[in-house]
Design a protein around this ligand. Structure first.
Ligand SMILES: *Cc1c(COP(=O)(O)O)cnc(C)c1O
Length: 464
């Protein structure tokens, strides 16, 4: 058998990848023609690829490497835990120290009475847990008809059948028989794309009130919960108008439906607080966590559950769990990640240094002829590309055509900035310094300039 290592030529690795590896969210046929980019190492905020390029990772992997790459402490902890207890389950009335310690730490960090943790291996799994938990909760309270979960179009809650159904991605729903029954989607608070002539705050209220309309239409006795990301991530870093969340909270309180905040991206410092719901003043009954919980160093997720919901669920056997719920190595790694976030005051760095500096630079991108709006909350930002700012116009080309061109220019300039349709998004490691932010912005501007030139050349600067 061939030994496959970092030292093989890129083309050989790409050929093997194309022959055997099916990539997620990828047209694999197309990729096999082009060859996948091969990342070989990473340190701090930088990736190294197989050609030796040093790439500034302004996405922190997939929104997850909050403490940055290359932290030895996490490797040490993982090795130590593997030697001591590499695996044991938390089913059948057993537990272990890493799961105990991590649950207790998360309960300490989470606001209010969110004191109970159900572990999963990922955000998707955690949201599957949430679907079953909120429905079971209402059944135990004698209201089994309360089974509908209201979510939002263009939300992302994961890719399993359950969590993908909660999400509002039409491309996902078109494949594989989703959504499952009793999931209802209302419109998203995306003013730039959907607000028309309405002032932002009025639009925010209108979109929040769609929740009330849906509850009244479906019947109060049918609705179990509302789920939302405090700031939509994969949907394009969509920041709701200020009027939106207070109205959502009022409606959830009034009709006594459970509020699930999907904190998979917003959690663990991304918005400048431990959780996005603190930044946006939301009081959830359940929070979904993953990604930044371990800074991506090990796969782990979970649901943080209020005392009230947990006490009801405790009244019966909950027939649910994962082999890797509370996996000891992943839990130990997550705990070490939280220690670093806390002891190095990384949230303080975000609040006092990185986020204010990034905000100023990011918002100045609206000076560029291609950039309509710039949105940013803490360390997650987006810019809308447009052929006509005043009209907030979309491009005449298929959505994503221009975004993809811009993303390709970013890669060529050693910057990972993702596109969602024709929005460009960033979510850098929280430890990024002002000097590194300068480099990020410099490369973004260069990429935007090159994209603009290419659009002119290809005659793509037309409004839909
Ligand atoms: C990534 C993500 C998920 C899914 O997490 P996985 O670990 O990929 O299963 C769920 N919700 C949100 C908001 C996410 O960004």
């Amino acid at each position: 058998m061939t030994v496959i290592t970092n030292h093989m030529p890129t083309a050989e690795l790409q050929a093997l990848d194309a022959a055997h590896h099916m990539h997620p969210f990828t047209a694999n046929g197309e990729l096999s023609q082009k060859g996948a980019r091969i990342i070989t190492r990473a340190d701090g905020v930088h990736l190294t690829d197989s050609e030796g390029h040093q790439i500034l990772d302004a996405m922190a992997g997939l929104w997850c490497v909050n403490i940055g790459y290359g932290r030895e402490e996490l490797a040490e902890v993982a090795a130590r835990q593997m030697r001591e207890l590499p695996y044991y389950n938390t089913f059948f009335q057993t537990t272990h120290v890493p799961a105990i310690a991590l649950a207790a730490k998360i309960a300490e960090l989470a606001p209010g009475d969110l004191n109970n943790v159900f572990f999963a291996g990922s955000g998707s799994e955690a949201n599957d847990t949430n679907i079953r938990m909120v429905r079971h909760y209402w059944a135990l309270k004698g209201k089994p008809s309360k089974s509908v979960i209201i979510s939002r179009k263009n939300a992302y809650h994961g890719s399993s059948v359950g969590s993908g159904s909660l999400g509002g991605m039409s491309g996902m729903h078109a494949q594989g028989g989703m959504p499952i029954p009793d999931i209802h989607h209302i419109n998203q608070p995306n003013w730039w794309a959907e607000g028309g002539d309405m002032p932002q705050e009025e639009f925010g209220l209108q979109r929040a009130r769609e929740l009330e309309e849906a509850i009244l239409e479906l019947g109060e006795d049918r609705v179990a919960a509302f789920i939302a990301e405090p700031v939509q991530g994969a949907g394009g870093v969509i920041v709701a108008p200020d009027s939106y969340w207070p109205e959502i909270q009022r409606i959830c309180d009034k009709y006594e439906i459970l509020l699930i905040a999907d904190e998979v991206i917003c959690g663990f410092g991304r918005t400048g607080n431990w959780f996005g719901c603190e930044t946006l003043n939301i009081r959830p009954d359940i929070m979904t966590i993953a990604k930044g919980l371990s800074s991506g160093y090990a796969p782990i997720g979970g649901s943080i559950v209020s005392d009230e919901v947990a006490s009801v669920i405790a009244g019966d056997e909950f027939n649910h769990g994962y082999t890797y719920s509370g996996h000891p190595v992943a839990a130990a790694v997550a705990l070490e990640n939280l220690r670093i976030l806390e002891e190095e005051n990384i949230l303080g760095h975000v609040r006092d240094v990185a986020a204010p500096y990034l905000k100023q630079k990011w918002e100045a991108l609206t000076d560029h002829p291609l950039v309509g709006e710039a949105k940013i909350v803490g360390m997650m930002g987006s810019i809308a590309l447009t052929p006509n700012k005043a009209a907030r116009a979309a491009f005449a080309s298929d959505a994503g055509t221009v975004g993809y061109i811009c993303r390709e220019r970013c890669f060529a300039n050693n910057l990972v900035m993702r596109h969602v349709g024709d929005r460009m998004i960033i979510s850098p490691p929280l430890v990024i310094t002002p000097e590194q932010i300068d480099v990020l912005i410099e490369r973004a501007v260069k990429s935007l300039d090159e994209c603009y030139a290419e659009l002119k050349k290809k005659d793509l600067l037309h409004s839909a």
